[in-house]
Design a protein around this ligand. Sequence first.
Ligand code: ADP
Ligand code: MG
Length: 423
Amino acid sequence: MKILVIGGGGREHALAWKLAQSPATSRLYAAPGNPGIATLAECVPANVTDPDRLLAIAESAGIDLTVVGPEAPLAAGVVDMFRSRGLPIVGPLQSAARLESSKGFAKEVMTQAGVPTARSVTVESAAQAHTAIRRFELPVVLKADGLAAGKGVVIANTREEAERTAAAMLAGKLVGDAGHRLIVEEFLKGEEVSFIAITDGRTVVPLEATQDHKAIFDGDRGPNTGGMGAYCDGRILSPSATDDVLSTVILPVVEYMRGIGQPFTGFLYAGLMLTGDGPKVLEFNVRLGDPETQALMLRLNSDLAGLLTECARGALSETRPRWSTDPSMCVVMAAAGYPGQVRTGDSITGIAEAERDGALVFHAGTARVNGEVRTAGGRVLGVTASGADLPAAIARTYDAVSRIRFEGAQYRTDIGVKGLKRW
Ligand SMILES: Nc1ncnc2c1ncn2[C@@H]1O[C@H](COP(=O)(O)OP(=O)(O)O)[C@@H](O)[C@H]1O
Ligand SMILES: [Mg+2]
């Protein structure tokens, strides 16, 4: 089976790494891929928001199965395009991808399906925002409706800040068109968990829970990023908590989407806040998380190609995947300046040394220049390892991190630490 991975970050490198181990995989392709993926797959240049180009790549290579990494191609309708040509693909149709590309739509679905989430009001003018902001206690959360690459959420500590931010967002000054509609919502307290399930529109299979670390600095301080690290550990959610999230969040949404004639297929990712009143949904993503995937793939013992094939065929079996009991984690090494303007072009050393004791170094923002791997983006590498327990996973991962060098490298030193209380 020829498999195409759409995307070129650490998540896609981890998917390619896992898919390469499947006996069903005869050949792997990636569009556009990256220098790490290139060691496993044939990388074909592509703009991932150009569905025509992606379809042309799949048709000319005779691809049997495609898996989409990032949200942008899904929001651009790549799944609609592939399905119209009868090509098996894992991901939601554009209409169902609105669960991520429109937070207002996601709220509407949650309300209709009775899914626990923060109380909210959707507004489209500064006057409406003014009224809405007064209905919530402080801090109050403002969210741009559309895709904003992690920059569309502001937690305002005063009403003045909330009003200023709302006005700027609505005027298109903060996140462009994504902010023309806003969600004003209640601030929820608790611990965040990423809960991802795969579904063919009917059957739902949960993956193991993970925890992401969004802020750039240790202790969850500083501005939000695409994700600075994640860990995957069977102790994050108990089996009964997992079943609870399935029955109160994932299944109602999947059933509701099917009911409105827009069945959701692919990976449904619920960003949860574990509050005193139980888990509540912060947002949905319609794809795997990055860097959650890097940690997940390390623990997954089942055959990924088989699981994805079942999903794409609409024949997902109820059988839950098998997972290693060893916790895993991924530490993102980012370029200087990230999450702002980043410096690129620095040579990276130590990747082979980092991988010597079983760690994996997934590439994200790298480029191969004159035979040398250099920095080429914000999140550069995802150093990933597992251990017999969480402390061992943390120690092994950071030992591998310490062997990698590039100018201005920044990374968090506390990935996984919030999980230690469960050990
Ligand atoms: N209602 C809320 N209460 C508290 N924190 C929130 C709330 N909504 C979002 N956040 C915080 O903001 C982050 C980003 O919000 P999210 O809804 O996941 O949007 P996106 O990932 O699109 O930026 C969350 O990971 C969480 O830390
Ligand atoms: Mg999020």
